[in-house]
Design a protein around this ligand. Structure first.
Ligand code: ADP
Length: 429
């Protein structure tokens, strides 16, 4: 039997089947490619529509879509709605805040860390003369040029407020406070204190006038008392003691009047750094040291002076003399017999320091914060007995304020006290 025809037929069939399979696979592949391309095109089309919608802004409705894109559009829409609601709420909070600060009688200015004005209220126009929108973006120290403000602003740390005349009306007095907040933001608040200042001025004038009026009669009475005491034998012996007492009280009243006058002058005179001259600390302290020795002679104190005469300070010599002598005379008056008193003047990187330490009666801690108030005494009887007026430390505080200096008090009851005046480095010369 010949195998040929059967073999040929099988081979032909296999070839035909292979050809048919190849053709089918080609078509399936082509179909799949087409399907993938269509799917890709569909997604790209939706991506483009999404991008256009997002770009057009909040007011437009989202595009319509089916399946996964319908879901995507819906979620984006909800996210955007939520963000818009939050934005509207914030905007209303900000506008309410602005309305309320705009209605404040105090000038309020929002500044950046470098002092550029970002926003200010209506009162900032009337009190500080700021203009909108020209002054937004300007640096505050270019607009408020008073030297006291320049010094305050450049300090960079603002525990206190300052007082200034208004830049648009020098009859108006303002207190300015810088309040740091948030991330390097600063708020400047200015308040009109003209009325309070006026009342203070009236009170101070009244005290100054009364003191002035009392000065002459007290001097006259003092003079007669002196003459009567000097008369010796001509005056009856029983009058000697009352006359001595009258002289003592008269002297105390004269000191009181002098201190009141000095205090009222320190309060009312405007501090003017330009009037400050280099003060030679060496002669000033030698002078005070010799007066202290005379004053403390009956009590036998051991007084030491240690100073750096090379280091001087800019200031008003008379005022500094008065402040330093008050601290020294307090140390003498509140240190029992035989105690030690150290007077020091030294300079370091923090500035100049005048220090008086004593081994006296000391001060309980609850009184320390109030000692610079007028007439505040820990023991009024002892103060009067030793010839105190109750105004010494108030004078020290005012003098130091006028020299940008600070008083530091440390004390231990029964052990002694240290009063230190710290002058800033820029006050040294
Ligand atoms: P005064 O004329 O009464 O001394 P000051 O204003 O000088 O008035 O001082 C206020 C009060 O501070 C004093 O009455 C006294 O109680 C207290 N004080 C001041 N210096 C000292 C000191 N070195 N030691 C103890 N107490 C002091």
């Amino acid at each position: 039997m010949n195998p040929w025809p059967g073999e040929i037929i099988r081979t032909t069939l296999i070839l035909l089947a292979a050809l048919a399979g190849g053709w089918l696979a080609g078509h399936i592949l082509a179909f799949m490619l087409l399907a993938v391309a269509a799917l890709l095109g569909w997604h790209l089309l939706h991506l483009r529509r999404l991008e256009l919608w997002l770009r057009k802004g909040a007011r437009h409705e989202p595009p319509q879509g089916r399946g996964v894109w319908g879901e995507v559009y819906y979620h984006f829409y909800r996210l955007r709605e939520r963000a818009n609601r939050r934005k509207r709420r914030l905007a209303s909070v900000i506008s309410r805040f602005r309305e309320s600060t705009a209605a404040l009688p105090d000038a309020t200015i929002v500044m950046s860390a470098t002092g550029e004005i970002e926003w200010f209220n209506e009162a900032a126009r009337s009190l500080l003369g700021l203009r909108s929108p020209q002054d937004v973006g300007q640096r505050i120290n270019n607009l408020l040029r008073h030297p006291r403000f320049t010094r305050y602003f450049s300090h960079g740390h603002y525990p206190d407020s300052i007082e200034l005349p208004s830049p648009i009306d020098d009859q108006q007095t303002l207190t300015l406070t810088i309040i740091p907040y948030g991330q390097d933001q600063r708020l400047l608040v200015a308040r009109d204190v003209t009325r309070i200042k006026h009342l203070e001025q009236m009170r101070s004038d009244f005290i100054a006038n009364v003191s002035h009026e009392l000065r002459t009669p007290l001097t006259v009475v003092g003079g007669y008392l002196e003459t009567l005491l000097d008369a010796g034998d001509e005056c009856a012996a029983q009058w000697q003691r009352p006359l001595e007492l009258m002289k003592q009280h008269n002297l105390r009243m004269q000191h009181l009047v002098e201190d009141l006058l000095l205090l009222s002058r320190l309060e009312t005179e405007h501090e003017n750094a330009a009037q400050h001259q280099p003060v030679s600390i060496g002669p000033l302290l030698n002078n005070l040291y010799h007066s202290a020795q005379t004053l403390s002679a009956p009590l036998g104190h051991d007084i030491h002076l240690d100073m750096d005469p090379e280091c001087s300070v800019m200031g008003d010599e008379k005022e500094l003399y008065s402040a330093f002598s008050n601290l020294i005379s307090n140390a003498i008056r509140y240190t029992p017999e035989g105690g030690r008193i150290d007077i020091r003047w030294y300079c370091d990187a923090q500035g100049g320091h005048f220090e008086v330490s004593d081994t006296g009666i000391g001060i309980p801690p609850q009184h320390i914060g109030r000692l610079t108030e007028r007439f505040y005494r820990v023991d009024a009887g002892r103060s009067r007995e030793s010839g105190g007026t109750g105004l010494g430390l108030a004078i020290v505080k005012h003098v130091l304020e006028r020299h940008q200096a600070h008083l530091h008090i440390s004390s231990q009851p029964g052990k002694g006290s240290t009063f230190r005046c710290d002058f800033p480095p820029q006050a040294l010369c």
